[in-house]
Design a protein around this ligand. Structure first.
Ligand SMILES: [Zn+2]
Length: 303
């Protein structure tokens, strides 16, 4: 019998949702505001959103799978911290939603869902795969042997929060001087306000890719990526996120900067870059892939 998953991708700005069947076909794709479901009653708001969706479409999914821009516990039940959205800190979201909806619920980090979608789309199955997603912040995923690394507490692969000497900017995570403060969409916004206050941020790469401030930004982006490459010697590298998808983003210059800082002769000589798909629905598809993986694992099947 066909299985249907309700996939949801809750980002810092947009909430995307849709139903995905086991042939990865998407229906009823919708985009709305994340702010509308957050705040003091976030779990109730999310449950109400899902109930409304089920009532409007007449579809009751076999499972619900949701990505949050958060750190999660190792068991993938509890949200630990969500810097960019209100009301999503330190709560067992799976328990709250399952009690309200009586449907199995799976949750994970939003970047993990994008990563699962990108691996699926690019047929990547290698031993060591890393993903670096430059959006508002700097998202990172490490997969080893087909499993996404979660670490002792569930918070592995927070590459954006490695400290940089001499950097004194406050990071939303609570620390000072994280590399995300110079290698992210936030940093690009500051660059635009400082150097090009009269221009729209969307023109930075089309008009100014060879200017010193923009070249400096590209080099800063390469630092954490090359760092992780030098630690893990990955088979495959996925690069993505909203900043890389901007018009005119200099992919070649970023790859050159990564190569500059990667150890010679290897891994530098054998780097394999892939670019994340640009589609809005990728997080929703990735959410469904996550649910299918959990459901197979629960039945004792290989994922
Ligand atoms: Zn930080």
């Amino acid at each position: 019998m066909a299985v249907t998953i309700l996939g949801m991708d809750i980002g810092g700005t947009n909430l995307r949702s849709g139903f995905v069947n086991d042939r990865f076909e998407l229906s009823e794709f919708r985009i709305s505001s994340s702010q509308a479901i957050c705040g003091e009653k976030a779990p109730e708001n999310i449950a109400a959103y899902i109930e409304r969706l089920m009532a409007e479409t007449g579809i009751r999914p076999d499972a619900i799978s949701i990505g949050f821009p958060s750190t999660l516990d190792k068991a993938r039940k509890r949200l630990l911290s969500t810097p960019n959205l209100e009301g999503l800190d330190d709560m067992n979201m799976v328990e709250r939603l399952e009690n309200a909806l009586h449907i199995p619920v799976y949750i994970d980090r939003d970047v993990n869902l994008l990563f699962l979608c990108d691996c699926h789309a690019n047929h990547l199955t290698a031993d060591v795969i890393i993903g670096c997603y430059v959006g508002t912040g700097f998202g990172n995923v490490i997969a080893i042997g087909g499993e996404i690394l979660v670490g002792k507490n569930g918070v592995a692969a927070e590459l954006g929060h490695i400290p940089v000497r001499g950097l004194t900017l406050d990071c939303p995570c609570g620390n000072v001087g994280c590399v995300e403060m110079i290698a992210s969409g936030k940093a690009l916004k500051t660059l635009q306000e400082t150097w090009y206050p009269e221009e729209a941020i969307g023109t930075l790469f089309t008009l100014h890719a060879s200017d010193e401030p923009v070249r400096g930004f590209i080099n800063d982006l390469a630092l954490p990526i090359a760092t992780e490459i030098n630690i893990l010697d990955p088979d495959e590298i996925i690069l993505g996120g909203g900043v890389l998808q901007m018009d005119g983003f200099p992919k070649g210059a970023l790859e050159d900067a990564i190569r500059l800082h990667a150890r010679k002769p290897y891994p530098e000589q054998a780097l394999r870059f892939h670019y994340s798909g640009e589609k809005q629905e990728n997080g929703v598809i990735g959410a469904a892939i996550l649910a299918f993986r959990h459901m197979k694992r629960e039945k004792g099947q290989p994922v």
